[in-house]
Design a protein around this ligand. Sequence first.
Ligand code: MN
Length: 129
Amino acid sequence: MTLGRRILVVEDNELNLKLVRDVLGHAGFDVVEARTGEEGVELASTCGPALILMDLQLPDIDGAEALRRIRSNEHGRTVPVVAVTAFAMRADRERAVDDGFAGYIEKPISTRELPRQVAEYLTKEDRLG
Ligand code: MN
């Protein structure tokens, strides 16, 4: 089961986490937070997110490994997972789609663009059925 407006944000940087929480909360999304990859994997299967924003660089397992674990769980086979990574990390961005991410959002995160970016990934998912 997924909840249409619930977004799981996996991010270890408190400032980025606060920014995403504030912006998406203000835009009417229901934000659930994880600060480590392991916590993200756990919440992906228990909180029923419609979309996951996944920082690639995390203190324990990295974002790609967290995605693999999410996909190996029956509750996480189809949820779109979007990589969040610094613009400078070009190799990370290029690898993200090959690794199975739905796409990526660049840091620094744009407070103006983020709600639209998230809505777009959700809509894309609806169209794909
Ligand atoms: Mn990080």
